[in-house]
Design a protein around this ligand. Structure first.
Ligand code: 3EB
Length: 346
C-alpha cells in the first residue's frame, strides 16, 4: 500500500517478495525464520520470532520508498536511509538471564533495552534524523517475572532511562510503538522509522496516555504515543501503535476474546477520528488500514478473524502473528498503518 510519492508498506509471501522489485527497499521484517535468500538486498532484514498464523506462509513486511536508498551500519544498528527517512534495526542477546540476581541488581533485559535505545538514539543524532516516528519492540517471554518484576516492566525501565539519558521527551512528543513477546531465547529485537521532519502525534480520547499510566502498571511508564502521522509531499502515513482492549487505563473484557477484539477496533476507530481531526483530513478510514494482529492463543484466530472481517469488510488487509501481549489479561492487540493522499495545507 502507498502513494507514488511516499513510503510504501506491503505484506508479502517470500515468493511474492522475490518476484517484486527490489529497488527502493528500506527494510524487511520477517516473523518465522524464513529470511533465507533475503540477505543480498543490502537493506536491513529484521528477524522476529512470532509464528505466522493462518494461510500466509513466510510473511515479509516490506518497507519501500520511491527515493534513492543507501544502507549502512553504526555499532549494532543496521539501517537504510533516504534523503528524508531512516529505517533501522538492532538485535541484542540478553546475557545470563538464569543467574540468581543479587539484591538491587539490574536485570539483563533492562540493560539490553537501555543499550539498544542508546544506540538507536545515538544513530538518529549521528545521521541527522531527530524524529523517531514508529518503533517495534519484541521481547522474549515478555510476561515472565524475573528480578522481582515482569520483563515488560524491566523493558519499560530500560527504554525510559535511555530516553532520559539522551535528553529526550518521555511524554507528549514520543514515538508510536508496540511491544510484544517473542519465542523464548530470542534476542531483544527493535526496529524503527525516523524522519527529518516532525510527525504529528495522536492520542486516543478513550484512553489515558500510556506515558501517564498510574504506577500500578510499573514504576517507569511505557513511553509511546497512540499514533503518529508522517507528512510527506503528496502523502501522509498514519502509524497506529499496538492497540488493545483498554479503556481509561484498564483492561476490559478479560477472558472474552471476541469482545476484546471489538473494543480494540473501537479504539482504532477513535484514533482514526482523532487523526482526521488533527490533520484536517477525511482520508483515514478503517478500509485504508493494513493491520498486523497479535494473537495470544493461536486457537483464538477464527474468533478474532471473524470480528475483524465484520468490522473492516471482506477486502480488509490483515496479517496474524502469535505473540504474547504485554499485559497478561490481553488476548489480542492490533497495530495498523494507512497511507493516504496528503491534505492540502498540512
Ligand atoms: C497498551 O495500550 C497495550 O510499551 O511500547 C501497546 C503499544 C502496548 C505499545 C509499548 C505497549 C506498547 O498499554 C500495550
Amino acid at each position: 500500500m502507498g502513494s507514488r510519492t511516499g513510503l510504501h508498506l506491503d505484506y508479502l509471501s517470500l515468493a511474492e517478495f522475490e518476484a517484486a522489485r527490489w529497488a527502493g527497499v528500506m527494510g524487511v521484517a520477517t516473523f518465522d525464520g524464513s529470511r533465507d535468500g533475503l540477505r543480498e538486498t543490502g537493506a536491513p532484514v529484521v528477524e522476529i520470532n512470532t509464528p505466522v498464523l493462518g494461510d500466509a506462509p513466510a510473511l515479509c513486511e516490506v518497507w519501500r520508498t520511491p527515493q534513492a536508498v543507501e544502507s549502512g551500519q553504526r555499532g549494532r544498528v543496521r539501517y537504510a536511509r533516504t534523503a528524508d527517512m531512516l529505517f533501522g534495526c538492532i538485535a541484542i542477546p540478553e546475557n545470563d538471564n538464569t543467574r540468581t540476581p543479587a539484591e538491587g541488581d539490574r536485570s539483563p533485559l533492562q540493560d539490553a533495552t537501555e543499550q539498544a535505545y542508546r544506540e538507536i538514539l545515538g544513530t538518529l543524532d549521528a545521521l541527522g534524523f531527530p524524529h523517531l516516528i514508529r518503533v517495534w519492540n519484541y521481547v522474549s517471554e515478555i510476561n515472565l517475572d524475573t528480578h522481582g518484576t515482569e520483563r515488560y516492566r524491566q523493558f519499560n525501565s530500560g527504554r525510559q532511562t535511555a530516553l532520559l539519558a539522551a535528553g529526550r521527551a518521555i511524554t507528549g512528543n514520543v514515538s508510536a510503538a508496540c511491544a510484544l513477546g517473542a519465542a523464548a531465547g530470542s534476542p531483544l529485537v527493535i526496529y524503527f522509522l525516523a524522519s527529518h521532519t516532525a510527525p504529528t502525534f495522536v492520542e486516543n480520547p478513550r484512553q489515558v496516555s500510556a506515558y501517564n499510566y498510574p504506577p500500578q502498571y510499573g514504576r517507569r511508564t511505557p513511553v509511546f504515543s497512540r499514533a503518529a502521522v508522517l507528512h510527506e509531499p503528496g502523502s501522509m502515513t498514519l502509524f497506529i501503535s499496538g492497540t488493545a482492549s483498554i479503556v481509561g487505563h484498564q483492561t476490559i473484557h478479560a477472558g472474552d476474546t471476541a469482545a476484546q477484539t471489538r473494543e480494540t477496533i473501537t479504539n482504532i476507530e477513535a484514533l482514526l477520528d482523532e487523526a482526521n481531526r488533527v490533520t484536517k483530513s477525511e482520508e483515514f478510514t478503517l478500509d485504508a488500514l493494513a493491520c498486523k494482529v497479535y494473537v495470544r492463543h493461536a486457537a483464538d484466530l477464527p474468533v478474532i478473524q471473524a470480528e475483524l472481517r465484520t468490522a473492516l469488510g471482506p477486502s480488509s488487509r490483515a496479517v496474524y502473528l502469535q505473540a504474547e501481549i504485554c499485559r497478561r489479561d490481553l488476548l489480542v492487540e492490533i497495530e495498523a498503518t494507512a497511507m493516504v493522499p496528503a491534505t492540502a495545507g498540512m
